[in-house]
Each structure stands twice: as C-alpha cells, then as structure tokens.
Design a protein around this ligand. Sequence first.
Ligand code: ZN
Ligand code: ZN
Length: 258
Amino acid sequence: MIVTILGSAAAGANAGSGCTGILVRSGMTTVLIDCGPGVVPELKRAIDVRALDAIVISHMHLDHILDLVTLRAAYRYAPVPFDGRIPLWLPPGGSEILDRLAVPLDVDHHSPLFFDQVYATAEYNPIDSLQIGELSIDFARTQHAMAAWAMRIGSRGSDAALGYSADTGPITTLATFLQGVDVLICEATLLHSDISPIDRGHLTAQEAGRLAQTCHARSLYLTHMWDELGQEQLRESAASAFSGSVEIGWPGLEISIP
Ligand SMILES: [Zn+2]
Ligand SMILES: [Zn+2]
C-alpha cells in the first residue's frame, strides 16, 4: 500500500494545507478517503483524477466533503471529456445531506442530478467490509458531533493495515478496532482540553499518541490540526505518549506500507 497525505488541517484549513484527504493505492486500486477543502489540488499533484476507483467519506462535516464540489467540476468541465462516474461511498444518511448540498449549488436546476452526473453514490453499511478492488475497508463508529466512522484499510494478500481515526473523541473501542495497524493516521485537533473526555468529539495530540501506543501502531501520522496550536508542539505532545515515530502529515507526504 502506498498512502499519500493530501491535507492535514482541521476545519479551518492551514497555510499550505487543506483539510483531510488521504490517497490509498494498492496495485491497480486507487481510493480517496475524505475530500475536504484544498484536497483536489494535492490529489491532482499525486494522480490523474480519472484514475480514482472510489471515494470513501468518513462523515459529512464540510471539512471532509467540501472538495467533492471542486472534484465534480474537475470531472464535469474537464476539456478532455470524462465518461463514467466515480463510485462515491458515503456514510449512512450521507446521500440526503449531499442532495441538500446540491440544491443551492446547481444553478442549472438539475438537482438532484448535480452530483450524480459524475459520482455513482451509495452508502456503505459500516457493519460490513467494503471491498474496492484490492483494498478492503472496515469501519468503527467514533465519538463525534455527528456519526463518523474510523477506518481500517487492508490490502489483498497482505497483513499490513492502515488505520484512520476520522474525527473522534477519546473512546476505548478504537484501540481495539485499530489494534496492530502498521500506520495510524490520527486526528490531533487539540493541544489541551478542559472538556471531559466523554463530552469531546476530538482528541488532544497526546491522546492521539496514547491511541497509537495502545493499539501498538508502528508509526503515527498526525492530521486534522490547527496551525494556531503549533504543529511541532502537537507532534511533541503526541510523541510524549507514543514510543514509535510521530510525524506531521504534510500534504504530499508518501507513506509506504509493505
Ligand atoms: Zn467532523
Ligand atoms: Zn473534521
């Protein structure tokens, strides 16, 4: 598996980094996980967007979906016509939210076809594994302001696994779900918090490190960060709780998982 970070900012986007987007490639299979604002330019830097086999969305907050609008235009109005539709896997209930998003954007009044022109939209069932070519994706519910799904991504013929926290507060079930992943891409939205863990929809960087330690990940890449908190402070805080390597998930960073 080759994993490319396409954006690692929390909701507000950072200087030089958009919001969450993770490109996962294995053999002939290419999948985009989340598509926040600022992801499309980095996606185009990494691949020909026509090569995408599918997009999978962790949850419907705008910092994880807004560039679906940009990507739609990239397909719809490309000077070289693009035939076909990209499978777009949404969380349960995601289709209705996307249909509502289309209404004010569709000045040609094709709603609800606005997104359907370029995406073959479906909702995954988080109880089941989602198979996309050589990749399989399992889901676990996180603790967040809306239903959000962490992912465990594997590749056919390999025991290697990629874990992605999506947006989450600290819950113990994630450590079980992500046990033994080689690489953990984990949100680190906060540096400190006075809010009780059970009332929180995000992790401190130190909690991200603790999660990586508890699930015995080999390496940890931080995402969903605010520039204002200082990315190096976030990295150091995560590293204080994790004995493996901790890196900032810069856009363009490529991670090889053998
Ligand atoms: Zn969110
Ligand atoms: Zn988010």
